[in-house]
Write a protein that binds this ligand. Structure first.
Ligand SMILES: [Zn+2]
Length: 339
């Protein structure tokens, strides 16, 4: 694509030359990742910030506590990537991203996910100068973290359907048939590459990044991501609200795709097959929730999206009935039996 907003460099052993290429780094990371990778950072006078929260109020104070750096590197998962954006934006310095796992697509998004109490809001507008995809580092990440990245791709199955409904009813988010078609093509390719993704090899990892980047380039132009983030994410947020628990993003999103694809009557069996092949566990045990938590998250979904003023989707267009919930929960237990 011409005029890329998200330049990506693929390779191995990229961290050392990046840091050596210029002075004055602030590295935003977490203690576990830093312990693993600090040996690759030879330069002195590096400043390191360990991210603990994405609570908006707290972070607005945190980003004033270190000054004098000339660029920021987000080194880690979604929280490090998002916190690095806040630092770079607050002090107006260039931003670099080197994800250590592909669990979410935060390193390829111009907004940052920040929290106000339990509600996640996407805010800001900052592009990275460069994204470094280091296969040595990614292959060493725990496999389930990279697998989790499937969630934000499979979410396109339900989200793109929501986008169509939104475009027909409220038109609150611009629709583009070409992006919609590309999204369906990406889902077909996901099926092709899924075995490589499960093997955690370079081919699979490269596909996840390429697919994320495709979404990101369009979303920067469109100023929204309705084809990637729809009712399946709303279900996940509602489950998080009800249980007060934190989930591996891809697991909870795939659970949402399971239920919402059925609710939309949209390629549900395709979703089931892809989730099974992805080896992301979506049983209640795997998510450490009860079947009743899931029941409540479904039964209160209509009310949740209305109260939170979430953009129009199937959750506004159709009422969840207790009969439907019991039928889909029975199917869910057959499709994904407890171990
Ligand atoms: Zn997501």
């Amino acid at each position: 694509m011409n005029n890329e907003n998200y330049p990506v460099t693929y390779g191995r052993n990229l961290l050392t030359p990046l840091i050596d290429s210029k002075p004055g780094w602030l590295i935003v990371t977490d203690p576990v990742i830093w312990e693993k990778l600090k040996g690759q950072v030879k330069q002195e006078h590096i400043r390191v910030y360990f991210v603990k929260t994405m609570d908006k109020q707290t972070m607005m104070e945190e980003v004033k506590t270190i000054t004098g750096f000339t660029q920021v590197l987000g080194l880690g998962g979604g929280m490090a990537a998002d916190a690095a954006k806040l630092w770079a934006a607050a002090q107006q310095t260039p931003l670099y991203q080197l994800p250590t796992a592909l669990s979410v697509n935060a390193f390829l998004c111009y907004k940052a996910a920040v929290r106000y109490d339990h509600v996640v809001k996407y805010e800001g507008d900052i592009l990275p100068r460069e994204i470094l995809i280091d296969f040595d580092i990614l292959e060493q990440a725990p496999r389930h973290l990279n697998l989790s990245g499937v969630g934000d791709l499979l979410s396109c199955l339900t989200a793109s359907y929501d986008w169509k409904i939104n475009a027909l009813i409220t038109k609150s988010h611009a629709f583009d048939q070409r992006i919609y078609d590309e999204t369906q093509e990406m889902l077909s390719l996901l099926a092709e590459y899924l075995d490589d993704i499960v093997k955690n090899n370079e081919t699979g990892l490269r596909f996840i990044v390429r697919a994320y980047k495709g979404i990101a380039e369009h979303s920067y132009r469109m100023r929204h991501t309705m084809w990637e983030d729809g009712s399946e994410h709303n279900f996940f947020m509602n489950l998080e609200r009800i249980t007060g628990k934190k989930f591996l993003h891809g697991q909870a999103v795939c659970l949402g795709v399971y239920f919402l694809s059925a609710f939309q009557d949209n390629q549900h069996e395709r979703a089931v097959s892809l989730i099974k092949r992805s080896q992301l566990a979506i049983t209640p045990q795997a998510l450490n929730v009860s079947l009743d938590d899931i029941r409540q998250a479904l039964l209160t979904l209509n009310r949740f999206v209305r109260e939170q003023h979430i953009r129009y989707s199937i959750c506004n267009a159709k009422e969840v009935t207790p009969e439907w919930v019991e039928a889909i929960l029975a199917k869910y237990q057959r499709d994904f039996p407890a171990a």
